[in-house]
Design a protein around this ligand. Structure first.
Ligand code: THU
Length: 137
């Protein structure tokens, strides 16, 4: 897997962020098992709770296109204008739960400052003991 390329896609997606309320702009790119990549940005709303995170935008785009199996997701985020001093942006709890629906926990979560500077975790590390379809059997 080309981690740098996936991060680059997340950085491109971040440019579409609609974040007039928080000013915090996020981009995500998710790699499917068939090699396709779906990107997403955060989309805020005047009614704040109606906002959607970049990671979920990317997952929902992929799923609505018939992709349910993922290998990795790259995420970038920063306050507007601070692209050169990015902090790592870890997915929120809701996004971790949404990601967990479609993986056994081995999903690679790449938190990036740039194409070459990043930290990598598995989803299981970020969300142990998740509620899952197993609980409903
Ligand atoms: N946000 C994301 O899109 N992804 C994250 O991982 C963290 C937070 C968005 C939600 C909201 O639009 C803004 O960042 C500030 O919370």
């Amino acid at each position: 897997m080309d981690t740098g390329f996936l991060i680059k896609q997340a950085i491109e997606a971040q440019k579409q962020a609609y974040a007039p309320y928080s000013g915090f702009r996020v981009g995500a790119a998710i790699l499917c098992t068939d090699g396709s990549i779906y990107t997403g940005c955060n989309v805020e709303n005047a009614a704040y709770s109606a906002s959607n995170c970049a990671e979920r935008t990317a997952v929902f785009k992929a799923v609505s296109d018939g992709r349910h199996r993922f290998l990795a997701i790259a995420v970038v985020g920063n306050l507007e204008g601070r692209e050169n001093e990015r902090e790592l942006c870890a997915p929120c709890g809701v996004c971790r739960q949404v990601l967990s629906e479609f993986t056994d926990g081995s999903l690679r979560v790449i938190l990036a400052r740039s194409e070459t500077e990043y930290e990598e975790y598995t989803l299981k590390e970020l969300l142990p003991l998740q509620f899952s379809k197993k609980n409903l059997q």
